[in-house]
Design a protein around this ligand. Sequence first.
Ligand code: DGJ
Length: 581
Amino acid sequence: MKKALFILSFVSFFVSTASAAAYTKITPGENWLDTDGNFINAHGGCVLYENGYYYLFGENRTVFYSNGISCYKSADLYNWKKLPLAYTVQGVQREDLQDAAPGRLFERPKVMYNKSTGKYVMYTHWEDGNNYSYARVAVFYSDKIEGPYTFYKTYRPNGHDSRDQTTFLDEDGKAYHFCATNMNTDINVALLNEDYLDPSLSETLILNGRSMEAPAITRVGDTYFGIFSGCTGWTPNAVRSAMSGSILGAWTELTNPAIDAKSSTTYDSQSNYILKVNGKENAYVYMGDRWNSHDPGSSKYVWLPLNFRSGYPFINWYDSWDLSIFDNMYRYKRAKSIVAGNTYALLARISNRLFSRDGSNFVVSVDDDDTKNLQFVFEATSTSNLYKLKEVKSGNYLEGGTGGLALNAKNTNITQEWTFSKQANNYYYITNRSRNQALSVDGSSVSNGAGVVLQVKASSMNQLFGVYFDSKSFEYEEDNFFKNTPSTVSSIESVKQDKPGVVIFPSMNNGDFQIRLTNRTGNNPINLKMFDLNGMKVYETIISGDESSSTIQLSNILAKGMYIVNAKSKDFSVNQKFIVK
Ligand code: DGJ
């Protein structure tokens, strides 16, 4: 008997030791088992890091029924040990809705630590268990991260219907509640009181009328980013995103961050949280649920690295990945400015992919494929912002001839000269000097291997490229855009115009502004400079001569204040004062 017990405990020790080290990577969408070998049941969740461990909280469901909130613990993000439920449904249902009792529904739990009270605070979406019409939050608190949590109360934040929700704890200790409101039409952001238990009256409706849910918020440097979904119930749709320099201010909607196959269903998932990996710089993980609409409790997880290299969020698909993926994610860094003689790669704004060559085709391609990614030595010409681009491996020059792009031996033709016209957030339009055609990702495709062609310059996103350098080989000055504070400029007012010539006015509600040039007598290039009242140059670009207007995203580069714009060409020079409000 004793011997049998010994063998049994030896076997179970071996099994638990073996399963404890089971995973060395994350495999999105696959069965994910805890260290006891059971399916992880923690949906719509969040992850906190404390003292060497990550804690995963999520909906613990049996089919649709809420058992409460799960808590799992991990040292490595791959292997999760199940702890007792952080909250187990208890008590009785009350008519005043002040309960977290069996039969109620708890979704999208989010936990924050409040340094000043020493309490962990958890928010969940709360419904009565019959339908989604109550649209309340339930708030809980605990002295220990893993719980057990004590139910505090349910409410509608400042009276707003609150369905999909999340919280965000900022670096200054201020905490915010985000929820889909007005029947999932808008997102409400509310600053929470100092104890994090209730909303304050500081709140703002953002992304109005955009019908987003499944919010997940993070901060990268001084910029806030939000990942959302559209509203299609349990069925996945295309992930949405937005950014802001001020959490209670205006948010600007961005493009779909998913760029590989199945981007239209976010790789069959819906966002629930953005996890910041401990000890790695700018390492963020998109956490999503692959819902099983017949049995949400058995839904799977889609966790993927979130890449902010371009200054915007992007999510690539990986069949499996591990944390070492972050070691190379920021290998290519954005150059602060172009310095002649330096070697640069070009990064497509639309897809975060590098300008590359695949056989004889010019494409945008996956990263760090040194066999394909192109690097160019930028050779100065007699005109500023005009360069010859010498491709490093072949020693040939990028040429935009009548037959399209080519790498040819050096010649004196202007087809080998490229104007770099700087736009917001240090992106450039790259136009060929011989024709008003810009490097363009064909068809605005975000796919790997999409062609890069010359197309008439249209000021569209597929024509924006960042100038990046390989930090493995070069130590150039970096544009640390994670530390730039984008301003949220909402209007611009022209104060004085010396003479007609330059008109600046806001365009379509999206934070961009247009500069229009009138009364041109020639078509020489125009050097446009903006100065603040201290005479500091805050912005400069070259507008090619035959353009009558140029769109510039001033909202991301200019703080509120008064500016002077000078537009200078061979045939004229004008100054205009304007106020950014
Ligand atoms: C979509 C939400 O994002 C999920 O959390 C869940 O509430 C489903 N709707 C229910 O249909």
